[in-house]
Write a protein of this length. Structure first.
Length: 573
């Protein structure tokens, strides 16, 4: 029997109930919608589907499949689309300045469409890096019953009898520059690294945030590690559509689910999987939407006490498909909860607690991807927060798979990524160097570019752990090596990174969580007196507007005050 709903307290009453809404209903009749369907709750199916990249190509199909579940649950589905900027294509040039900005545009566009049309619930489909947090930010901002669905990862490519991802191609560019990878090998690799639909396969930003979706409780259990080409993705979409109607019935909302304890759970899962440092931007930005204080230092605190247990690329051996076959995110969380690393009392979109969901999972000791917490890969997490004289507002480094956790070296300073990449490509960087790439922060870039082209080239040259790289920008989840991002305050705001000069000594200790500039205070004071703010090239358009409103990286690089400043919540209109 189909559930019936009282619309008297739902947002869609403003566009569908009463004689005064006859003009509004006429639009729905124009689309062939029956009177009895107009009387149902309106459910937004927000898709980041497009032809920009394989991450997004199956999303519209999945969103359309969810219609069946919404209808079965007694709702009326309404699909709309939002943008993406695909990092793998935007990487290494000025296009990367658009990437982080797109997260805000995605959240804003979903918010505006839901507000404008008075939708009662939301199922969001995302595939590429910034679309995942952007979609979940919108859910928390609107606070209507919501479920997040990841489009799924790509299957691994095969090259010379081994699994490969797009990061192997970026690193091969470095080997080509070093003369150790013939052009025909590079060409052959690029043609097989990405064999079909889906987001990048390693534990890069997309898969990291997909794990966050399940850990924080906004996604259905064991739904997000299913690869994009698998037929079961259609079943997941239908189930999400049906379950969101149950959430409408229960009036169970995202902020009931994504509590501070749930954010700590999510941060721990990021650390346990050796996930992307971008999570230290996206978790605070999501928390801001819920009015929760949760910044880079809160993320780092959770990282500090979490062992690294999922052997995933780029630091480990396996990709998302392997994790799915090993039992998925819930298999990982099984061993974490059993060892008191998660709060099992947090609510989820199943209407049950995280602990109740995990109770339905049986630990599989035969799989090879996820280690038991009692016998971890390393005893501390795959991602570490840093703080010190070079980064008073913090910085972050991924240590998963790294052999050394301390580094002292001589600074070589660049004021943009292109200049640093050119120096790396020309093999002008010596062992023991600390590359400093600045004026790439949220304001200074603007847009806080990722540096995968440069870091991958260093790794391809065999310098991944003999050279360190520090930036007020950020890194791809595919980055590996001694690479420190999110240094704050950023150079554009006169942070210490703006005062570094060639030849300065910089010391990083990922064990102690410190990053320091060995320059006398008097010398720094003299440099500060001479420092002048820079004017970037982006003095109009979306990037200018972003630079005027964006906050510091340690608070998530957000562009509005968040739920703490709300006078009302959309869901209660």
């Amino acid at each position: 029997m189909t559930q019936t709903f009282d619309k008297s307290r739902l947002p869609s009453r403003h566009v569908s109930v009463g004689p005064e809404r006859a003009p509004h209903r006429s639009y729905y009749y124009a689309m062939g919608i029956a009177e009895e369907d107009i009387a149902k709750p309106f459910v937004a199916l927000a898709s980041a589907g497009n032809d920009s990249a394989p991450c997004n190509t199956t999303l519209d199909f999945q969103a359309d499949a969810a219609r069946e579940g919404v209808v079965a649950g007694g709702g009326m589905p309404r699909r709309f689309n939002t943008i993406t900027v695909t990092d793998g294509i935007a990487m290494g040039h000025q296009g990367m300045k658009s990437s982080l900005v797109s997260r805000e545009v995605i959240a804003d566009s979903v918010e505006l469409s839901v507000r404008g049309h008075c939708y009662d619930a939301l199922v969001g489909f995302a595939g590429c890096d910034k679309s995942l947090p952007g979609m979940m930010m919108a859910m928390l901002r609107l606070n209507v019953p919501s479920i997040f669905v990841y489009g799924g990862s790509i299957l691994p490519g095969r090259f010379e009898d081994r699994d490969v991802t797009v990061v192997d191609v970026f690193e091969a560019v470095g080997r080509y520059a070093a003369g150790t990878c013939p052009l025909h090998d590079l060409t052959a690799l690029e043609k097989v690294a990405c064999p079909g639909h889906g987001a990048c396969g390693g534990q890069f930003t997309a898969n990291t945030m997909a794990c966050v979706g399940e850990a924080i409780g906004l996604s259905l259990p064991n739904s997000n590690m299913v690869p994009a080409p698998y037929c079961s993705r259609e079943e997941i979409a239908i189930a999400a559509g049906k379950q969101v109607m149950e959430l409408v019935r229960l009036n169970l909302r995202p902020r009931d689910i994504a509590t501070r304890a749930a954010f700590i759970n999510a941060a721990r899962v990021v650390a346990a999987t050796g996930g992307s440092t971008n999570a230290a931007l996206h978790l605070p930005s999501m928390a801001n939407e819920a009015g929760i204080d949760f910044d880079l230092f809160d993320v780092a605190e959770a990282f500090k006490s979490t062992p690294y247990v999922a052997d995933l690329k780029p630091g480990g051996k396996y990709v998302a498909k392997d994790m799915y076959e090993a039992g998925g995110v819930y298999m990982l969380m099984k061993t974490m909860l059993a060892n008191d690393l998660l709060d099992g009392s947090c609510m989820t979109v199943t209407g049950k607690t995280l602990g109740e969901n995990i109770d339905e999972v049986t630990w599989n000791p035969d799989q090879k991807v996820i280690y038991d917490v009692k016998t971890p890969i390393t005893p501390t997490g795959g991602v570490v927060g840093l703080r010190g004289t070079l980064a008073p507002d913090g910085a972050i480094v991924k240590v998963a798979g790294m052999k050394r956790l301390q580094f002292t070296g001589t600074a070589r300073v660049f004021d943009c990524e292109e200049d640093a990449f050119a120096a790396v490509e020309k093999r002008e960087i010596k062992d023991g160097t600390v590359l400093v790439i600045r004026y790439e922060g949220p304001k200074g870039g603007p847009g806080m570019r990722e540096m995968l082209s440069t870091t991958a080239a260093l790794y391809g040259l065999g310098m991944g752990e003999t050279v360190a790289l520090i930036t007020d920008g950020r890194f791809s989840g595919g980055t590996r090596g001694f690479c420190i991002g999110h240094v704050g305050p950023e150079a554009a705001e006169g942070g210490p990174i703006a005062l570094v000069e060639d030849g300065d000594i910089i010391t990083i200790d990922a064990d102690a969580g410190t990053i320091d500039l060995d320059v006398a205070p008097g010398v720094l004071a003299d440099r500060r007196a001479k420092w002048q703010p820079r004017v970037n090239d982006y003095q109009a358009g979306a990037l200018w507007r972003y630079s005027q409103t964006v906050g510091p990286a340690y608070q998530g690089a957000v562009t509005h005050p968040g739920a703490k400043a709300e006078r009302h919540v959309y869901a209660d209109i």
